[in-house]
Ligand binder design. Structure first.
Ligand code: AMP
Length: 297
């Protein structure tokens, strides 16, 4: 097994303590290191594994900005509902470790559940209304699971910078809110959505799709492209655009959880589209729930 692999919180602490206390210059000279980021910076990319080019883009950004980079791989039971795919979520550790090595990651934290939730653990971190709309409507405890694990991982890793994908737009917004409200240390960096050549947003769950479903899943990104075109042509009515987006998804045989136009920070629905408004969709193609979003420009 790779020496990058760290299984316990104690070992992780030992390594991160060394990096953070070493001060300026640690890691200087590493390929892609931004000297402006300062020594002692630790970049952190939390993931659930089954890594793909979307995750890789976060690792590369962290690598470019921080002398040290930690990736965590933990399929967090608390963010899955009772009928969701926790049991069959893809687990591809060998390939994940290879990808982390290629990306120049310093440590890959792969904790057992008892490391993350030791006996006696009884805290839940819960962000307010922002977590109850959009995905929160269909997944009531999901964001509490996310914020609790991310807060705990921040405590274990003690990053100076943490990297999230725009792909999970609401998640990134909730994390930003939590970090601001609790005055947590890491600077939150949100990275652009990485897409397949045909536009489908990369996701660990895409591997659940049959060939036919994979084709139909393109309705998410195509719908968002069409919405951008209408906005470019002068359309400003949010209801008209989101109704058309939902219709386009239904025509592809998708079950639409939501198609919404929202304020980019608090995710309140907007009536009038403007540059910077975020369009968000969640739809099920067969048994697979997919997300996508686009910031109007
Ligand atoms: P996950 O392993 O699905 O929990 O994702 C870990 C991180 O990778 C999250 O911050 C995601 O938003 C991000 N991510 C997942 N897919 C993509 C993508 N296609 N492009 C950019 N970031 C992504």
């Amino acid at each position: 097994m790779s020496e990058r692999l760290v299984a316990t919180a104690a070992e992780l602490r030992r390594r991160v303590d060394g990096w953070r206390s070493a001060g300026p210059g640690v890691g200087a000279g590493a390929v892609g290191t931004d000297p402006g980021a300062g020594g002692g910076a630790v970049g952190f990319v939390p993931t659930m594994g089954a890594l793909h080019a979307g995750h890789l883009s976060l690792m590369r950004r962290a690598r470019a900005e921080c002398p040290r980079v930690v990736v965590s791989i933990f399929v967090n039971p608390r963010q899955f509902g009772p009928t969701e795919d926790f049991g069959r979520y893809p687990r591809t550790l060998e390939a994940d470790l290879r990808l982390c090595a290629e990306a120049g990651v310093d440590a890959v934290f792969c904790p057992a559940p008892e490391e993350v939730y030791p006996p006696g653990f009884q805290t839940t971190v819960s962000v307010g209304p922002l977590t109850r709309r959009l995905c929160g409507l269909d997944r009531p405890d999901h964001f509490d699971g996310v914020t609790t694990v991310v807060a705990r991982l921040f405590g274990l890793v003690r990053p100076t910078h943490a990297y999230f994908g725009q792909k999970d737009y609401q998640q990134a917004s909730v994390i930003r809110r939590m970090v601001a409200d609790l005055a947590l240390e890491p600077e939150i960096v949100v990275c652009p959505i990485v897409r397949e050549a045909d536009g489908l947003a990369m996701s660990s769950r895409n591997r659940y799709l049959s060939a036919d479903e994979r084709q139909r899943a393109l309705a998410l990104c195509r719908g968002l492209e069409r919405a951008q075109e209408r906005f470019g042509a002068g359309e400003r009515d949010a209801a008209a655009v989101t109704a058309a987006l939902a219709e386009q998804l239904r025509e592809a045989g998708a079950a639409v959880d939501y198609a919404a136009a929202c304020d980019p920070v608090d995710l309140e629905p907007v009536a009038r589209l403007e540059s910077g408004t975020v369009l968000l969709v969640a739809a099920r193609i067969g048994a697979t729930r997919l997300l996508d979003n686009h910031i109007l420009e």
